[in-house]
Write a protein of this length. Structure first.
Length: 447
């Protein structure tokens, strides 16, 4: 395994030689393991402050790598964030990215088959590509993972499924009496077991295979999204709410069991890398698709999922790459979902499609310590709110009006400075409006 300096020097040298037309062997490119939790709040890992249970595996991952304190999801709900990750672009550039989230009745809508993705680009660069877990970017085959660069798919297409029956929510109210939604590529399958465990089993099996080429494994757990069912709760959650909405029921204890199961599953996946002697050759990124819901611990931030307050969009992120990313660090660098796409492409030496501008930024220089944190502008838009972060300043427009917060001194968004800093408010608002003018308009509200 190359050291960080050797890898960077080799990359620069290879680029120069390629420009001169002299063929040279390239340094071995890393495998990539991207792990996405579902509805995991900022403080739901013990290394981010959760007080009532421990997540020793992910805490250990943080000690072995770099932890982000200002990482954001691209949206406060799953479909647009997943769209942003897969494409590397703001979700509002695509119709499917405007869904909050994509519901089963919208079977005619999904990620366009012609749009390049992180998987299709990596596949074109010689990687084997796999998605294990949740997709939620369209149900028809032309919208699915196999049409978007993933050689193999094992998981669910819907936004939420029962952890034991593997049935989706059925209708827009989230009724649990839906249809079975577990797939191997384009084939519906039946498996017995707790979904977190099934996804872990598949990821472990994939890592354990012989690898003639570097691999990209995108592991999208459904935990700790509702329905709130721990591994020992078979049939209990459905009975508790009589087949009603998936968000009913649950408890802090059940949520803790779900999180412990998720943490242990990730531990098994990381152990599989170690057994295969691929630990030092694999870039691991862990994050969440949006802020937490009912039982999450989003402190010190306000609100949660479905809002553009910090609690709805600020989420954990951990990066590990032994020999490349120094261990045990913490960075205040502002980051957003699309950055992980750009970072993965950069780490693997993969070019983006020139016809589709990436909105994410390569964070490898931050992760490797080659660059110090810098200010940037990030933007969000949902049906009920607009938001922008420019440096430490947070602009938020919601049903209560326009607000301005200084996140460096007020991460909980308690002190509105819009009146006392009117010029700053106008400046950040103008940047937001310039961004919004480049995005697709929101769909008309239903009558």
């Amino acid at each position: 395994m190359l050291t960080r300096r050797e890898f960077l020097e080799a990359t620069v040298a290879t680029t120069a030689l390629a420009a001169s037309g002299i063929a040279q062997p390239e340094p071995r490119r890393p495998n990539v393991l991207f792990i996405l939790a579902d509805d995991l709040g900022y403080g739901d890992l013990s290394c981010y402050g959760r007080p009532d249970y421990q997540t020793p595996v992910l805490d250990g991952l943080a000690r072995q790598g770099l932890k982000f304190s200002s990482n954001y999801a691209a949206a406060p709900v799953c479909t647009p964030t997943r769209c942003a990750y897969v494409t590397g672009r703001y979700a509002q550039r695509l119709a499917v990215g405007l869904e909050q989230p994509l519901r089963r009745p919208r079977s005619d809508l999904g990620l366009p088959p012609e749009h390049p993705t992180v998987a299709s680009l990596l596949k074109g660069n010689g990687y084997t590509t796999s998605l294990v877990g949740k997709w939620h970017l369209g149900w028809k085959p032309e919208f699915g993972p196999n049409r978007h660069g993933f050689d193999e798919f094992f998981g669910v297409l819907s936004g939420a499924v029962d952890y034991f029956s593997h049935k989706d929510g059925g209708d827009p109210t989230g009724d649990i009496a839906g249809v079975r939604d577990l797939w191997q590529d384009l084939t519906p399958i039946e498996r017995t077991g707790y979904l977190t465990d099934l996804l872990t089993d598949k990821a472990v099996e994939m890592i354990g295979r012989p690898h003639a080429k570097p691999f990209f494994l995108s592991l999208h757990y459904t935990a700790p999204h509702a329905p709130w069912e721990g591994p020992g709760d078979h049939g209990m959650a459905h009975a508790a709410h009589g087949g009603g909405p998936m968000v009913a029921g649950g408890s802090l204890k059940i949520f803790a069991e779900m999180m412990k199961s998720l943490d242990a599953g990730i531990g098994r996946v990381l152990a599989a890398l170690e057994r295969a002697k691929l630990e030092r050759e694999t870039l691991v990124i862990f994050t969440s698709d949006n802020g937490g819901e009912r039982y999450s611990f989003n402190w010190p931030f306000s609100s949660g999922k479905m809002t553009l307050n910090e609690g709805g969009i600020r989420v954990p992120a951990i990066v590990r790459w032994p020999g490349m990313v120094p261990a045990g660090g913490m960075t205040e660098q502002a980051a957003i979902t699309m950055d992980w796409t750009a970072t993965i492409l950069a780490a693997t030496g993969t070019q983006a499609d020139s016809a589709y501008h990436l909105d994410g930024q390569n964070l490898l220089p931050i992760c490797t310590g080659q660059r110090t944190p810098y200010d940037r502008a990030l933007f969000w838009r949902i049906t009920t709110a607009d938001a922008a972060r420019v440096g430490p300043w947070k602009y938020l427009k919601d049903r209560t009006g326009e607000h301005l917060f200084d996140l460096a001194n007020d991460p909980g968004e308690k002190s509105d400075l819009g009146t006392t800093h009117a010029d700053r408010m106008a400046e950040v608002r103008t940047q937001y409006q310039a961004w919004a003018s480049q995005m697709l308009p929101l769909p008309a509200a239903s009558p």
